[in-house]
Design a protein around this ligand. Structure first.
Ligand code: FAD
Length: 413
């Protein structure tokens, strides 16, 4: 055996699992198709992620706080507005809005922010440094092309001809998982006729830690606060328009922002390149098979409307690390079905529930039907007026609802 667990895919979810397993006394081995250093380059991933406060607690336990805190912006408030144009919503506040304030749940969240905004390149760099500090073995660049299963082991075939073996292999390669294919796990899903456009801007006035989400007829538009008086903009366009925006000169891009979003962004200036991401829904029929488990986007690819995709992957990592640490302490076989069933039961409902809710949300909000506008406006206003409902949604977004794995409570796995 080359390790206790081979993790195919050293993205943010896979690397977090490797650290959790090492804390639980196991020997993980990370394999990734891309060079490990490439992922920390500024142009590798232009996104920033809204990280729920429970997800951030896990990274604190895993030793990432020192590397992440200088780059983590506290989200103190979230304003959700159903607006025909964001400019209009800013000038004349719509009656259909929902406001979340971290202070309202401070007694239950121990004063935590609603979440933290962190650029993905900073997260990737912090994870890479922690993986090195823990002495976790990384094989990269090395692409997994297949997996064979025998009664005692999963044998992972690499493109360069090598074969690695362990009692358990985890597929964390995103939506096209070689482990899922090798284990015969089929999936369902569809592509949205939209692409996510992501740009970082420097603002000419302080954002005050407030995140805005506007539901426009063309799709959601978010302004998310970053450190250093910057913001990450995320909105959806048709794939052709997104591509045109990505290759536009900065002055053309600014003109587009101004025309579309009016004064809302003030004198925001582009800070770095524009990125686009295809959007799709991906759900495997199950997340485990004998000697195989899926995690992160390999287990659930969701629309980014609620900013929860990575948070789900981090919950998977915390749950799987705990299940395997407990199994290791009892001397159980890490790849056995009884052990993996515990992980599948723990995570399946949450993952499918969020994927379906995000899909319904996008359909309900990405249109200009007057009847639907009235219904969703009434819904937003109602939740805004009912304190317990508002607090429930805040805790749900903070990842603090349900049976939380120990790492998400800030404890060792
Ligand atoms: C526009 C946008 C905004 C988003 N915003 C948020 C947000 O605010 N909050 C949030 O929680 N989520 C957000 N998400 C979702 C989040 O980005 C993803 O859920 C997350 O990146 C998935 O991480 P992962 O580690 O599962 O997969 P990936 O990041 O896809 O990593 C997969 C890794 O596997 C490797 N790999 C692939 N194939 C192989 C192979 N055959 N062999 C070996 N290695 C392989 C790849 O090189 C890669 O390193 C957003 C998504 C989009 C598109």
């Amino acid at each position: 055996m080359d390790a206790d667990v081979i993790i195919s895919g050293a993205g943010m979810a896979g690397a977090t699992l490797a650290l959790g397993l090492a804390r639980g006394g196991m020997k993980p081995l990370l394999v990734d198709a891309q060079p490990f250093e490439a992922r920390v380059a500024p142009d590798f991933d232009g996104r920033a992620s809204a990280i729920a406060y429970s997800s951030f607690r896990q990274w604190r336990v895993l030793g990432l706080a020192g590397d992440l805190e200088p780059y983590a912006e506290r989200i103190g408030e979230i304003l959700v507005t159903d607006g025909r144009t964001p400019g209009a919503s800013a000038g004349r506040p719509s009656s259909a809005f929902l406001r979340f304030d971290a202070a309202e749940i401070a007694d239950r969240s121990e004063g935590e922010a609603l979440g933290y905004m962190i650029e993905n390149r900073r997260i990737r760099a912090a994870l890479a440094a922690a993986v090195r500090r823990e002495g976790i073995e990384v094989q990269a660049p090395a692409r997994v092309i297949g997996v064979d299963f025998s009664p005692g082991a999963a044998s992972v075939r690499l493109e360069d001809g090598r074969v690695l073996a362990a009692p358990l292999v985890v597929g964390a390669e995103g939506r096209a998982s070689a482990v899922a294919a090798g284990a015969g796990i089929r999936s369902t899903g569809w592509t949205y006729p939209q692409a996510g456009v992501v740009a970082t801007v420097r603002l000419d006035r302080p954002h005050g830690g407030m995140a805005h989400e506007y539901f426009l007829p063309s799709g959601p538009f978010a302004i998310l606060p970053l450190t250093d008086q910057r913001a990450s903009l995320v909105w959806t366009e048709s794939p052709a328009r997104a591509e045109a925006l990505q290759s536009a000169r900065p002055e053309v891009f600014h003109a587009h922002l101004q025309r579309r979003f009016g004064d809302l962004l003030g004198g925001a200036r582009l800070d770095g390149p524009v990125f686009t991401y295809p959007l799709s829904l991906h759900l495997p029929e199950r997340i485990t098979a004998p000697r195989a488990a899926l995690l992160g986007d390999a287990a659930h690819g969701v629309h980014p409307v609620a900013g929860q995709g990575l948070n789900l992957g981090l919950k998977d990592a915390a749950a799987l690390a705990q299940v395997l640490a407990e199994a290791a302490r009892l001397g159980e076989d890490l790849g056995s079905e009884v052990v993996l069933d515990r992980y599948a039961r723990w995570r399946s409902v949450d993952n499918i529930g969020l994927a379906v809710a995000a899909d319904a949300f996008v359909r309900l909000f990405s249109n200009d039907n007057p009847l639907l506008r009235a219904v969703r406006g009434a819904g937003l206003s109602a939740v805004n007026r009912i304190g317990p409902a508002r607090r429930f949604f805040m805790q749900e977004a903070g990842g603090a609802v349900g049976d939380l794995p120990r790492l998400l409570r800030g404890e060792a796995p």
